[in-house]
Write a protein that binds this ligand. Structure first.
Ligand code: FAD
Length: 478
């Protein structure tokens, strides 16, 4: 791969890198995404609350406020164009004490300043009539109808597939190690050799400070801030229909309780700064604390129905805002750094903003044959009985259920593996079709999915990994 030249190189295949790549794919630019892992959506974008925030929380005038509100407005149409799961379920921010009403009002005022539409402050009784399982102690709430929930894997993978279909190259297992300036751009030293580019987009998540600081004297600093979650079985998914936030009070920063777009219940996150940017292990202490705090909002959360716990790392920059745009003293180097929450919500708007900046600087015109539509994997459970029967008649593998918890068929798994930027590992399949995301957490379907991966990729079972090499599922026979 040495000697590869591009107009634009994007470092990082998270939701931000993929959103920028998809928007860049509109333009006549030779673009490449470099990702150190085996797949897109392997970093923070895979482990978060998956909320499309309304945008009431960020400081007015901040980049977080601007891109959150813009991204929220874009999400519905994008979900239609790219066929990923998104639902505008609305959110409520609960206020537990009369003395906290001014803080609730302040949140409303911030929302108004940020351009959030449709908000209102409602009484405790109104809250309980909307959400009967909310605690009796709630005195009022901020209602935000524009809040939503999204599948973060679905969003990121859809953006990446559409970028790829429109000509963007994706290079996996390609770790950027160093960046140097050339006469008209940058040279990137990677684990797979040297790559040059006129423009670089730094979308490396918690590592974005490292790359920014390689080319700029105006140093930035990102702290990884860990958030733990508990995910509950779908049986618990109906306890609330809206996303339930807590007003930050003297009891501490609240945790949320929300249905997921696939019908599970999610509670979390905690917040703890960690030194190690790879440290995504949950702790019993944090999980205990989040269960206690979630119980302040919603009655009788059935925590015995927890099916998994996980943690994600926020990329918190010292300046407490997103850093987006061309670095002041590094021409052609574009940051998307410090993209902590609401980064997922903001991704579509950040993508448009950065791609347009770069295209303008490069003087690049639009492609005539750009196709912004992408069709997701066919899901038989969403079809009518007649359509299901026809699908199975045409391709019987859609009638063979592999993952019983989530009802995932062999046909869907084959599609996940063989489509554009298809899955190469068990995790890759899981993020595309939810195989293994149910109650048994892949206890039963793993061997069958491995057989399908082995057959479709033409590799022996011993080489099938959970994700990266080193995570092989079998040791093989000697
Ligand atoms: C606990 C928590 C809760 C959150 N909740 C929400 C929410 O509800 N709503 C919301 O809008 N946002 C939320 N967020 C924020 C959101 O998840 C992030 O802003 C978003 O996922 C960041 O995407 P990214 O692409 O910048 O980073 P990432 O997804 O981390 O992507 C960066 C990529 O860069 C790659 N990379 C790193 N170093 C290199 C290298 N040297 N070479 C090549 N590739 C490299 C990584 O492997 C990774 O894939 C939350 C975040 C956390 C942690």
């Amino acid at each position: 791969m040495s000697g590869m030249n591009y107009d634009v190189v994007v470092i990082g295949g998270g939701v931000i890198g993929c959103a920028v790549a998809r928007e860049l794919s509109r333009f006549q630019l030779k673009t490449c995404v470099l990702e150190r892992d085996e797949d897109v959506c392997s970093g923070t974008s895979k482990a978060n609350s998956a909320i499309v925030h309304g945008g009431f929380d960020a400081e007015p005038g901040s980049l977080k406020a601007r891109f959150n509100v813009e991204g929220n407005r874009m999400m519905g149409q994008l979900a239609e164009e790219l066929d990923f799961d998104f639902k505008r379920n609305g959110s409520l921010v609960l206020c537990f004490a009369e003395e906290d009403r001014p803080a609730l009002q302040k949140l409303y005022d911030k929302g108004i300043a940020n351009g959030v539409e449709g908000m209102s402050i409602i009484s405790g009784d109104e809250v309980r009539s909307l959400e009967p399982n909310v605690e009796d102690t709630v005195v009022a709430a901020l209602q935000v109808p524009s809040g939503g929930i999204v599948c973060p894997f679905g969003l990121t993978i859809a953006l990446a597939e559409n970028a790829c279909e429109n000509g963007v190259e994706f290079r996996f297992f390609t770790e950027v190690q160093n960046i140097g300036k050339t006469e008209d751009g940058y040279v990137l030293e990677t684990s797979k050799g040297q790559i040059t580019a006129k423009y670089v987009v730094n979308a490396a998540g918690v590592y974005a400070d490292k790359f920014h600081n390689m080319v700029s004297e105006k140093k930035i600093h990102i702290t990884a801030r860990k958030g733990d979650y508990c995910l509950l079985d779908k049986e618990a998914g109906g306890i609330v229909t809206r996303t339930i936030f807590q007003l930050p009070t003297k009891m501490g920063k609240g945790v949320l309780v929300t249905p997921t777009v696939h019908g599970n219940l999610l509670t979390g996150p905690t917040a703890a700064d960690v030194e190690d940017k790879e440290k995504t292990a949950t702790t019993a202490e944090d999980l205990d604390s989040l269960m206690r705090r979630a119980s302040l909002s919603v009655k009788d959360i059935p925590f015995r129905q927890v099916i998994t716990s996980f943690a994600g790392l926020r990329a918190h920059e010292d300046g407490d805002d997103f850093i987006i745009g061309e670095a002041e003293d590094a021409e052609g180097f574009f940051d998307a750094a410090g993209i902590e929450s609401p980064g997922l919500s903001s991704a579509p708007a950040i993508g448009v903003y950065l791609a347009e900046l770069i295209a303008e600087k490069a003087g690049a015109g639009k492609k005539a044959d750009w196709n912004g539509k992408r069709k997701g994997i066919v899901r038989p459970e969403l079809l009518s009985k007649e359509e299901q029967a026809e699908l199975i008649r045409q391709n019987p593998s859609y009638g063979t259920i592999i993952c019983r918890c989530e009802g995932v068929s062999e046909g869907e798994i084959v599609d996940a593996i063989t489509r554009t930027l298809g899955a190469k590992s068990l995790d890759g399949v899981k993020r595309r079709v939810r195989q293994g995301m149910g109650r048994c957490q892949a206890g039963f379907c793993t061997p069958r999915t491995m057989e399908i991966l082995s057959r479709e990729l033409g590799i022996p079972m011993e080489e099938i990994c959970k994700n990266a090499p080193g995570s092989e599922m079998l040791t093989g026979q000697k």
